[in-house]
Design a protein around this ligand. Structure first.
Ligand SMILES: Cc1ncc(COP(=O)(O)O)c(C=O)c1O
Length: 397
């Protein structure tokens, strides 16, 4: 069945391009009559881990399930009690806070840095209580958090750390990869992310016992000696294949996503170069409007993967500009508002947003546009022209 390619936007926020290599690998998986965990997923996990300075990666079916098993495994190992606290940035996708909540833990929100939009380490320290067990720094929009101060705090206060790196891959902070700082780190390969397998996620870790625990949770709480049917039918393997040692989940991925993942890992260097070229071209084109528009900022010891291109108006709400862009075919999205979500107001009160002014400012005035590898230089020039038209005639102070 052939479906028509429909593209509503001239410049969408993300792209899905299935390369000839990816199609070949998916066909190979299908020709092998193999969907359950096999050679493609194994290779995907091994290469992904190595690219992120980690010994292990455990694949699962979303970034959210990656966060769930990471939090659940650390909770079980640390014997955390219901109501124990988890530091979560006040600006992130809902899944970060949700996975603390589903485990009966209490998310304690921490305001973000106004320039990087990532969790502010000093405010994280101020939010600690005797019940804080875990910190979940989120590397938003492609930019690593300030991992030095955050890991220092975690060490001093004996906190566990789960990096939510669902929006950031292939980026280093002072030479060290995201995903390798915390006890575990979680990635998403959902559509429009940096690496796309449709649905999908990975948890990385450098701890062998934690990796075994994570794999067990992804596989119904199974005894983790059993990984795949390739292990044969020895009496020991068969006995433990249907032994369940904890309450677990069905969060497995298939070889089809593994095949897409391996292909994209092999092609990722070229894709990331294009993405960065587009982002840097946008930086240059939008510099003249900095009086009104805050552009992405990152320190020189940190790399930005630009999953998207975030912008915050300095003193206005965003609707005039986002309407202007969208009417001209440039898709915009809100920068992950969290503290104004109705379900969180029910849990934490309607004053939640007021407690985190930097996140509230982003909710009001922040939006992002695409800078992905599917955009040509012509598309970026087009975006620059539309911004120029929007700001034309404004008086400078
Ligand atoms: C910061 C963050 N965390 C978690 C997730 C959840 O990932 P998934 O949609 O794969 O469940 C996302 C998704 O975009 C995200 O941006």
């Amino acid at each position: 069945m052939k479906t028509e390619k429909t593209q509503r936007w001239r410049v969408p926020v993300g792209t899905v391009r299935i390369s000839p290599r990816a199609k070949r690998y998916v066909r190979e998986a299908l020709d092998n009559d193999r969907l359950a965990y096999g050679p493609f997923l194994r290779k995907f996990e091994e290469r992904f881990a190595a690219e992120h300075d980690c010994k292990f990666a455990v694949s699962c079916n979303s970034g959210t399930s990656a966060l769930h098993v990471a939090v659940a495994a650390l909770q079980e190992r640390g014997r955390w009690k219901p109501g124990d606290e988890v530091l979560v940035p006040a600006l992130t996708f809902v899944a970060t806070a949700n996975m603390a909540l589903v485990q009966g833990l209490k998310p304690v929100f921490v305001d973000v840095d106004p320039r990087t939009y990532n969790i502010d380490p000093e405010r994280a320290e101020a939010a600690l209580t005797r019940r804080t067990r875990l910190m979940m720094p989120v590397h938003l929009f492609g930019q690593p958090c300030e991992m030095g101060p955050l890991m220092g705090l975690a060490r001093r206060k004996r906190l566990k750390v789960v990096e939510d790196s669902c929006e950031t891959m292939f980026s280093r902070w002072r030479g060290r990869s995201v995903g390798s700082f915390g006890d575990a780190a979680c990635f998403s390969t959902y559509t429009a992310h940096l690496l796309v397998t449709g649905v999908g996620g990975l948890v990385t870790t450098n701890s062998a016992p934690l990796a075994t625990h994570l794999r067990s949770l992804v596989n119904h709480g199974r005894d983790s000696i059993y990984l795949s049917i390739d292990q044969g039918r020895s009496a020991q393997v068969m006995a433990r294949r249907f032994r369940f040692v904890r309450l677990g989940y069905s969060y497995r991925l298939t070889e089809l996503e593994g095949a897409l993942g391996v292909a994209q890992l092999e092609e990722r260097a070229a894709l990331m170069v294009k993405r960065k070229r587009n982002a840097l071209a946008l930086m240059k084109a939008l510099r003249p409007y900095e009086e009104w528009l805050q552009l992405p900022w990152w320190p020189d010891y940190s790399e930005h993967a630009f999953m998207m291109f975030p912008l915050v108006l300095r003193s206005e709400t965003k609707t005039a500009i986002t309407d202007f862009l969208e009417r001209r075919g440039i898709e915009t999205r809100d920068m992950l508002p969290l503290t104004n979500q109705p379900y969180l107001h029910k849990l934490f009160g309607s004053g939640l947003e007021r407690r985190f002014p930097n996140a509230a400012k982003v909710n009001r005035s922040g939006f992002y546009i695409g800078c992905h590898h599917g955009l040509s230089e012509g598309d970026v020039d087009y975006v620059a022209g539309v911004f120029k038209a929007f700001f034309a005639g404004r008086k400078r102070k």
